[in-house]
Design a protein around this ligand. Structure first.
Ligand code: ASP
Length: 311
């Protein structure tokens, strides 16, 4: 009797926004490192959950992205992080939100997925859960980089002056969306998804966006697909857009068509901007965005490819 093995695939994103030219190299570098980490987990025979956790951990550790250290700051100058991890094989899920003392919220999400009967923890309860399971609690200041202090100061001055700084013109999506995410298919044919974010620039303390909410910025089900989104969280949440997209795949759409349709729906229904990656259990992928740029990378047995797509 032969055992059928699926060819593994890893698809990741590092934000979709009006990424300036001088940020491209750092994004490509970060995505390449994350691809290597996630792919090596898959090559070692790890699960799709292991791969997306590994890839997202690398991007959380990279100051370039709006996840982990280097994230955008809340209005009161703190970092508050949200992350979700979902296993499409059995729908086991772990999420954390509004955590301020964890370097890698995606690893806390993994602990929730593996070790808790619950699905979602917030704030100090999430930190306590992570600490009880061996994670270090750090000072919030360790997650803050000078670049983001300066960006917050400039943004608050822009608001106070009635909106004169063109860097911040348009909706938040266009100047600040660097959330990270990954979807993977392992050799056993299981999919998983992970999304991690610091949220939007100058968000109100306690605000939670789409990224860590099941079916909004992240979802995975072997019966449909795995998805991770980035973009303006409030419209994405209202449309439960991740689940909307994978349901279209379950109904027969290709992942690429579902990705295009989801971003069209986001815009036509609520005027939202963002980007989406999708991966079906047959290995087919989808990617779409209506922001000026989106950073992504894909790894499969044929090799690794990076891209900064333009609109
Ligand atoms: N979707 C995230 C949020 O609204 C932000 C982002 O994707 O950059 O929290």
């Amino acid at each position: 009797m032969s055992i059928t093995r699926t060819q593994p695939v890893l698809l990741i994103h590092g934000g979709a926004w009006a990424m300036p030219d001088d940020a491209i190299e750092a994004h490509q570098h970060g995505i390449a490192n994350a691809l290597r980490a996630g792919w090596s987990a898959l090559e070692r025979g790890g699960t799709a959950v292991d791969a997306v956790e590994a890839a997202v951990t690398v991007m959380e550790d990279d100051d370039t992205f709006d996840a982990g250290r280097g994230s955008f700051l809340t209005r009161d100058g703190r970092v508050q992080l949200d992350a979700l991890l979902m296993n499409g094989e059995n729908l086991r899920t772990g999420g954390v939100a509004c955590v301020e003392r964890l370097r890698n919220p995606i690893q806390a999400a993994r602990l929730v997925l593996d070790k808790s009967p619950h699905v979602y923890f917030v704030g100090s309860g999430a930190e306590q859960f992570a600490a009880e399971h061996g994670m270090n609690l750090i000072a919030n200041a360790d997650l803050i980089v000078p670049r983001e202090r300066d960006r917050l100061t400039a943004f608050l001055a822009h608001e106070a002056s009635g909106g004169t700084d063109t860097t911040f013109s348009g909706e938040p999506t266009l100047h600040s969306h660097d959330t990270v995410g990954a979807v993977a298919l392992d050799r056993h044919g299981n999919v998983a998804a992970a999304t991690s974010t610091g949220g939007t620039l100058a968000k109100a303390p306690g605000r939670v966006g789409d990224s860590s909410l099941i079916g909004c910025g992240c979802y995975a089900d072997n019966l449909s697909a795995a998805v991770s989104l980035t973009g303006w969280g409030e419209p994405i949440m209202k449309l439960v857009l991740g689940k909307w997209a994978v349901d279209r795949i379950a109904a027969g759409s290709s992942p690429q068509q579902a990705a295009i349709d989801a971003i069209d729906y986001l815009y036509t229904r609520l005027g939202g901007h963002g980007g989406i990656i999708l991966l079906a259990p047959d290995g087919s992928i989808g990617l779409a965005h209506n922001t000026p740029r989106m950073a992504w990378g894909i790894a499969n047995p044929q090799g690794h490819q990076l891209g900064i797509t333009r609109n």
